[in-house]
Design a protein around this ligand. Sequence first.
Ligand code: ADP
Ligand code: MG
Length: 301
Amino acid sequence: ATPTALMVGTGRGAQLGILLRGPEVLEQTRQVDTIVLDKTGTVTTGVMQVSGVHAVDATGAADDATTSRVLAAAAAVEAASEHPIATAIVQAAQDLPVGSVSGFRSTEGVGVTGIVDGATVRVGSPREFADSLPAALRTAVDAAHERGATAVIVTIDTADGSGVPSAQGVIVVGDELKPTSAEAISELKRMGLTPVLLTGDNPGAARHVAAQVGIEMVIAQVRPDEKVAAVVELQQQGHTVAMVGDGINDAAALAQADLGLSMGTGTDVAIAAADLTIVDGDLRKVIDAIRLSRRTLATIK
Ligand code: ADP
Ligand code: MG
């Protein structure tokens, strides 16, 4: 490949809203046969909304006051997070008195925790938090997952040493497909690439999205290190793997992939880890990038 042709290709990419880390990225792009896609913010809009809150107090009773207390406590902790789930919860609690958080900690792909009004509040994945959920909340989680929604668990632990949360709840959130995702994925398949959906979200939500856009292979409920392992496994099977993602939780997998693509609408950490950035977050630009690389490299020998 002549440097001039690659430079021209790189400039053409920029005009299309595709930013390449360097001209050599065009060569990597051409080789790809498998495309791993993050779900939230990549295939879907990543603009989540709360669709339900279920809560019980220490005695197992449910009432509006407990529901509000759980939502407000969750929002206090999530105010310190930039995750799409956090944004949705903060928005849903905007009319409630939300306290401030201290000792905030975030674990990518798991959830967040902090101290609000003297109580330890945790918000996160059912996979990590649901060890001892009351039946009513378990049912709410299962129902959400069956509908293809995302459920997070909230626990408010008081410091009385009883080990019984003073209140706990389930917050159900969801977002929509990006309008161009289905078209982009069917075209990628026509071009001979195999799409794989890779998400930290629950298998129900993952399968729901996969079915709507025509993805057959789904890897769900994985933490960031397991996203990396999934990419490695595909590579060990002999595939040349592109990974598209937007979150902090995708950064390591983007770096591991033969070609890392980030959404310009996503986090700085993902953009920094990627070889190529799609400025407007439209998945159809992945197709433009592959076509550009094929064209650029076909004209030079
Ligand atoms: P995805 O791969 O869909 O972008 P993540 O890896 O960011 O998902 O998150 C996986 C799961 O971890 C979420 O579905 C949620 O259960 C939990 N989680 C991550 N961050 C948060 C947060 N800030 N608040 C609550 N739950 C979270
Ligand atoms: Mg994401």
